[in-house]
Design a protein around this ligand. Structure first.
Ligand code: ZN
Length: 323
């Protein structure tokens, strides 16, 4: 129900107050690195892209600074995830919209039926759409369409850049599907620090369980820990995962609890959930982040994945596009 008024308001704001960009480059601002990576892929040389949140930053808790607000108001277009991922930035987006900026909540452009609900709040949707490369393709298309709307003269550039990136997303999705199918069916259970992997689970056939809920704003209770420890022991889950944006102590408590009951669980690795790796590295790209995650998950849970991940295979993107 939130989508329609939002979309209409944005469209009207565009019609009424946004000056179309012609000669100058399109100034884009993205909140998360995952969104920024797609925007960079679409605009290429035709625009300038700035990303607010760097590696290791938790978007659920991110509080915009004064200089962030200035950046939001200075951009031609702001791409943010929406679905309450950047819960503390709502006011900044409203201000940007009032100031005539083009504001696009990328995950809210997806069809309603492809969105997952928050188990703890049926009124809300799960914002972690990037965990499924197939859903992320729809976000790429939404970004392309918004760029074309704002800068029609660049249409052919935006379309061609988008088509190139779509090929990579498709190949990544194929790789992920293939290696995750090598994990034994009985241990296709992904236990992580918070509920960021719902779309991953739906796409690749994994049961996913987060110690904390959809947002990291609420802490896990003792009951949550005990319930999960029992599950690890009963189902003999071999590995659970920490996340780069969430403190490890909750996951450590699970391992200690299982050990006290005689079941040894290991940390299967650190996954990139709500932020990518360091900029300038492979995992600091969207493709690299998902490659890292699926390769780590498959290997820790007894599947077979190449030592160097997707990038070491012949279907990965050419090295010049991978830092
Ligand atoms: Zn999250």
């Amino acid at each position: 129900m939130r989508l329609l008024p939002n979309a209409v308001t944005v469209f009207v704001a565009l019609l009424v107050s946004h000056q179309p960009v012609s000669a100058d480059e399109l100034r884009c601002l993205a909140t998360t690195g995952m969104i920024g990576d797609l925007v960079k892929a679409v605009v290429g040389e035709r625009g300038h892209v700035e990303v607010l949140m760097s590696s290791g930053v938790d978007p659920h808790l991110y509080q915009p600074t004064r200089s962030d607000l200035a950046k939001v108001l200075a951009a031609d277009v702001i791409f943010y995830n929406g679905l309450h991922l950047e819960g503390r930035m709502d006011e900044a987006f409203v201000r940007a919209q009032k100031a005539g900026r083009s504001v696009c909540a990328v995950a809210e452009q997806l069809p309603m039926q492809s969105l997952l609900h928050d188990a703890e709040d049926p009124e809300a949707h799960d914002p972690h759409v990037w965990m499924d490369p197939k859903s992320w393709r729809m976000v790429l298309l939404a970004i392309r369409d918004r760029c074309v709307l704002l800068d029609p003269a660049g249409r052919s550039v935006y379309e061609s850049n988008t088509d190139s990136y779509l090929k990579n997303l498709k190949a990544l999705d194929v790789y992920a599907s293939e290696i995750l199918q090598t994990v034994p069916v009985e241990v296709r259970v992904l236990v992580t620090a918070h509920d960021a992997f719902g779309y991953f689970g739906k796409r690749f056939g994994f049961e996913v369980i987060g110690l904390q809920g959809i947002s990291t704003e609420s802490e896990a209770s003792v009951q949550d820990v005990n319930r999960l420890v029992d599950l690890l022991v009963q189902r003999k889950i071999p590995a659970i995962f920490v996340e780069s944006t969430v403190p490890e102590k909750g996951i450590r408590a699970l391992i200690e609890g299982a050990s006290a009951q005689g079941h040894q669980v290991k940390i299967g690795g650190s996954l990139y959930s709500d932020a990518m790796g360091d900029s300038g590295t492979w995992s600091g790209t969207y493709l690299g982040m998902i490659d890292h995650n699926v390769t780590t998950i498959a290997r820790a849970l007894g599947g077979e994945a190449p030592q160097g991940g997707w990038r070491s295979t012949e279907n990965s993107p050419p090295t010049e596009s991978s830092p």
